[in-house]
Design a protein around this ligand. Structure first.
Ligand code: BJW
Length: 250
């Protein structure tokens, strides 16, 4: 039988007292729903890595190849359901007076779980953007037979996501920083913490005085400065933390 997850006294104490909480999520949060992560053994698609495909130069060189990757991912994500980790995070929006969800994920699963205020650092896979006029549109088709798609103006459409070498949406990163600088408790969940600038956010939280907790199935380059690290699946640890802490908040 699996050992029960032990939530530390200190975590519960901080959780009980905190009124201002921020959460940063990465692909690991969606892994238990069946969304492949970027890195590690499931992180490859046709032997390409995210670093080879998620770039403006890959798109200029071969927009069909890049769109085929996004169509494959859209097909996987389309019918997938949020898991307990997404649901608990959605519930925290009502638990804390001041709560901020910052995600690197583009899959839309936090919204499907009921989170309403989401800072999507890397965009959303269900939006497309005209490469000529910068207009964005929602588009929920898989588009597999018809890539790359064209805008009505004739220009190529691209996924409205942030690729390597591109700036994160200005308004979103500044809102995230504002929340991070004032939060008392910061969670880093399911990210390898190697992609900048997202991977610097936990350190900024820590330097601003927050208690920082990491939840991941493995250690990451930022584990060493965490106040607490929980090694395990987000979809198992978050429900334990949530139910133990609810008893305390009552
Ligand atoms: C579980 C689990 C379970 C599994 N439970 N856990 C400073 C130093 C060096 C380089 C740079 C630097 N600053 C900028 C750079 C360059 C670059 C960068 O960081 N490169 C690194 C690779 C070194 N950064 C950028 O280019 C960024 N832009 C930028 O900085 O612009 C500056 C600029 C300013 C002004 C003008 C112009 C430019 C942009 C980065 C964009 C990243 N984009 C992607 C693709 C998004 C679209 C799409 O989805 O296709 O974002 S790449 C990919 O990586 C995606 C992810 O959001 C991101 C992070 O991945 P994530 O979420 O951490 O996933 P994984 O797979 O890596 O990890 C999963 C984790 O989950 C693992 O740890 C598992 O253990 C864990 N896990 N199951 C809990 N059940």
């Amino acid at each position: 039988m699996e050992a029960a997850i032990k939530i530390k006294e200190e975590t519960l104490k901080v959780f009980k007292k905190a009124s201002s909480v921020a959460v940063l999520t990465g692909a690991g949060v969606s892994a238990e729903s069946g969304v492949p992560t970027f890195r590690g053994k499931d992180g490859l698609w046709r032997n390409f890595s995210a670093e080879e495909l998620a770039t403006p130069s890959a798109f200029s060189r071969d927009p069909k190849l890049v769109w085929e990757w996004y169509s494959w991912r859209r097909e996987i994500i389309r019918d997938i359901k949020p898991n307990p980790a997404h649901h608990i995070i959605a519930e925290w929006e009502n638990t804390f007076n001041d709560f901020c969800l910052i995600t690197q994920n583009v899959d839309g699963l936090h919204a499907k779980a009921g989170s309403q205020k989401i800072l999507e650092l890397h965009g959303n896979i269900w939006r497309v953007r005209c490469t000529k006029e910068e207009k964005t549109f929602l588009n929920h088709e898989v588009l597999s037979d018809n890539v790359p798609p064209l805008c009505e103006c004739g220009a190529l459409l691209r996924p409205d996501v942030v690729w390597f070498g591109e700036a994160l949406p200005e308004g979103i990163i500044s809102k995230a920083l504002e929340n991070i600088r004032r939060c008392e408790l910061f969670f880093v969940i399911g990210t390898s913490a190697i992609v900048e600038p997202a991977s610097s956010l936990p350190l900024i939280a820590k330097q601003s005085g927050a208690y920082v907790i990491e939840i991941n199935i493995g250690r990451t380059p930022i584990s060493h400065f965490m106040d607490d690290t929980y090694l395990g699946k987000a979809g198992e640890i978050l429900p334990c933390l949530h139910s133990e802490s609810l008893n305390l908040r009552e």
